[in-house]
Write a protein that binds this ligand. Structure first.
Ligand SMILES: Nc1ncnc2c1ncn2[C@@H]1O[C@H](COP(=O)(O)OP(=O)(O)OP(=O)(O)O)[C@@H](O)[C@H]1O
Length: 339
């Protein structure tokens, strides 16, 4: 593994059918507590990368290379060579995944509480069925589901899309995975609940100091949620780096096009080739933020925390309307910028 804090180490991952190569020499790693975005146009290979890591590639696809997960398995083992039984143990325990469409991840004939309990009993992270049931309610409450005890006895079709995705998230986080992979987890949701679910995802991984790989088409979401971004094109990672750097100064022509075509708005209010996105409010140039600021959520939508001590951001909750992304914070009035 490349470092002590490394959770996922992918080296030279290639995937293809017998006749067609689809992923080429994909290499990246993610550390504990780190949130990495994976962006690229449709068909660029984002989902295949995630599925290869999870050992969920469909039949007919083969993977070569080296994939190591430091957590709960000897880091010396290449997951591409591990048998299905061990991969099944690792899934939901060492690593888990949240897909775009919650209904496909849930069993329609089983009460949601039983589905959350099952993943814990399967992985023996709770000693008994009664203990698992108690933990279910706690987990559902943590993803802000109202009346969790009652809701645990509901079937998936009785819940809204946003509620279902929260249940899926509760399942994904039930065994405190070291790695959470999210593949467009909010795309199928109503815009009004997207930000809330996004915030729950971030809080869930933060609370566990887990590593996260976040696949999305939405560059604004990457800027909000991730510190680092990988850009895929034609089955290759063509650019990688800190979000603020890649978005403000994209090197690869494909990244430049992607950002140019996005809704990101730069420091000077220009569309595309953004310094940093605005959601809403003005954005100071990259780098004009206090060192060590770990403000990561939009407080317009959710309670946000900035662990940077004063001078200008008070510890604790920010007033509604302030916007932040990545390591950047800005007040809508443009106040608080520090050179
Ligand atoms: N089972 C498969 N057999 C053959 N080709 C496949 C298979 N699964 C994916 N592909 C191809 O691999 C390429 C990458 O697909 P992938 O699903 O990873 O793209 P993506 O970047 O996740 O796209 P999207 O954003 O639309 O989900 C595409 O050209 C796709 O058609």
């Amino acid at each position: 593994m490349s470092g002590d804090r490394t959770v996922l180490d992918v080296t030279g991952l290639s995937v293809g059918t017998r006749h067609t190569p689809l992923l080429h020499d994909v290499t990246f790693s993610i550390e504990r507590g780190e949130r990495v975005g994976l962006i690229g146009e449709s068909g660029s290979g984002k989902s295949l990368t995630a599925l290869a890591v999870m050992g969920l590639l469909s039949e007919g696809l083969t993977a070569t290379g080296d994939v190591r997960l430091s957590a709960r398995t000897p880091a010396t083992r290449n997951l591409l060579e591990v048998g299905e039984r061990e991969m099944a143990r690792l899934r939901g325990d060492g690593m888990s995944m949240v897909f775009q469409e919650p209904m496909t991840a849930l069993n329609p004939t089983m009460k949601v509480g039983d589905q959350v309990a099952e993943v814990m009993l399967l992985h023996r992270t709770q000693p008994s069925r009664a203990a698992a049931r108690r933990r279910v309610v706690e987990l559902l409450e943590r993803v802000d589901l109202p009346d969790a005890e009652h809701l645990a006895r509901s079937y998936p079709h009785e819940l809204s899309g946003g509620q279902r995705q929260r249940v899926v998230l509760a399942i994904a986080l039930a065994n405190d995975p070291a790695l959470l992979i999210c593949d467009e987890p909010t795309t199928a949701l109503d815009v009004t609940v997207q930000a809330t679910v996004l915030d729950l995802v971030v809080r869930g991984v933060e609370a566990r100091d887990a590593a996260m790989l976040f696949i999305t088409h939405d560059l604004g979401v990457v800027a909000t949620v991730c510190e680092r971004v990988l850009v895929m094109y034609g089955g290759r990672i063509v650019e990688a780096g800190p979000v603020a750097e890649v978005f403000s100064d994209p090197r690869h022509r494909y990244t430049q096009g992607l950002i140019g075509a996005s809704d990101l708005v730069g420091a000077e209010g220009r569309r595309g080739r953004a310094a940093l996105p605005t959601i809403p409010g003005s954005v100071p140039p990259a780098g004009r933020f206090p060192d060590g600021c770990v403000f990561r959520t939009r407080c317009a939508h959710a309670t946000a925390r900035c662990e940077t001590p004063p001078p200008w951001f008070p510890r604790g909750d920010h007033p509604a309307g302030e916007t932040a992304y990545g390591h950047a914070c800005v007040h809508p009035a443009g106040e608080g910028q520090r050179g």
